[in-house]
Design a protein around this ligand. Structure first.
Ligand SMILES: [Zn+2]
Length: 141
């Protein structure tokens, strides 16, 4: 599922308030155009309409590509540095959900039974992982 919320965010440079789309998860099968935006560095980025300041929104992002068995979770590295307990707790929650999914739907395919989650702390690393794993998958296909 692709999850998005519209959040009012204050520009860290000039204080101008602006509503932006903040994505919590991207489903590559359903929204390939969002993957293109992610590759272009245009997901969860604040572009101030008043002063032009550009900043990354500090929000976790889950990338899901069911067709290629890719699940990558991004947590902002700032969160890790500020509250590592909270990041670990959230990670455990995601793993527990994944286990439940595997138990419920694992009978359908080996790929579901073997599904795992890869964690990254930089969006650039997420893009690199997607790129690498896609290529690897497509070479085998
Ligand atoms: Zn601004």
């Amino acid at each position: 599922m692709t999850l998005m919320a519209k959040d009012a965010i204050l520009c860290p440079a000039c204080g101008f308030e602006q509503e932006i789309e903040v994505y919590q998860s991207i489903n590559a099968d359903i929204s390939p155009e969002l993957v293109d935006r992610l590759f272009d560095g245009e997901i969860n980025v604040f572009n101030c309409a008043s002063c032009g300041h550009r900043a990354l929104v500090n929000q976790p992002l889950l990338f899901n590509d069911m067709r290629r068995d890719q699940k990558i979770q991004y947590f902002p590295v700032d969160w890790l540095n500020e509250n590592i307990d909270s990041v670990c707790e959230q990670y455990r929650g995601i793993v527990a959900e994944l286990e439940k999914f595997r138990n419920d739907f694992g009978f359908m395919a080996k790929s579901i039974r073997e599904m795992s989650i890869h964690v990254v702390f930089y969006l650039d690393e997420m893009v690199a992982q997607i790129n690498f794993r896609r290529h690897l998958h497509d070479l085998d296909a």
